[in-house]
Design a protein around this ligand. Structure first.
Ligand SMILES: [Zn+2]
Length: 184
């Protein structure tokens, strides 16, 4: 699971359309000297539509990585800006769902899961400043919008973790089932 700075869900299909060359990307595994090459597509929902995202594969270690738009969560039809809007709203899941532009009981249940996200305790431990998860995020990336996108790039460049969203934090772009504590 990786993304490229500046390639978001609006520019993805003009920058990375079928038949176009992808930018050269080093294997995220720091012990591997390989380079990722285009290798098929990964289908998922985005904004309610089924889309095809690039899948890349390392020419040395053989590990595959989905290339996500920088503003999209892993495994969920949810963008980081929508999640950010929900997290800013500290008035509970109903307000969070509305802030993210969603309505109805299913949206509230979804917003509750985002706010309780299993990756937040892990993320909190990774951010070397005091406070709640959101306070730590603000301290690291500053005010303004696009904070979770900036946080995603910061985590990746500084610590080698990919922020998938509320349900995932991936070490060197790979899931970490064996995560047992603070990594870096
Ligand atoms: Zn590799």
């Amino acid at each position: 699971m990786i993304c490229l700075p500046g390639i978001d869900s609006k520019s993805y299909w003009t920058r990375l359309a079928r038949g176009m060359a992808i930018p050269e990307v080093a294997c995220p595994d720091p012990s591997c000297p390989g380079v990722l090459a285009a290798r098929g597509w990964y289908r998922r929902y985005l904004g309610g539509e089924r889309v095809a995202l690039r899948r890349l594969r390392c020419d040395r270690c053989g590990v595959s990585h989905a290339l996500l738009p920088e503003d999209v969560c892993a495994y969920q039809d949810l963008t980081l800006p929508a999640l950010e809007a929900a997290m800013r709203h500290r008035a509970g899941p109903s307000a969070a769902a509305r802030a993210a532009g969603e309505q109805g009981p299913a949206a509230v249940r979804r917003a509750r899961r985002w706010l309780r996200g299993s990756s937040w305790p892990r993320l909190r431990a990774l951010l070397p400043v005091p406070g709640s998860v959101w306070e730590r995020i603000l301290a690291i990336v500053g005010e303004g919008t696009g904070q979770l996108i900036r946080l995603r790039h910061w985590l990746w460049s500084k610590l080698g973790w990919f922020l998938g969203g509320p349900a995932g934090l991936f070490r060197h772009g790979r899931p970490t089932a064996a995560f047992r504590g603070v990594a870096p």
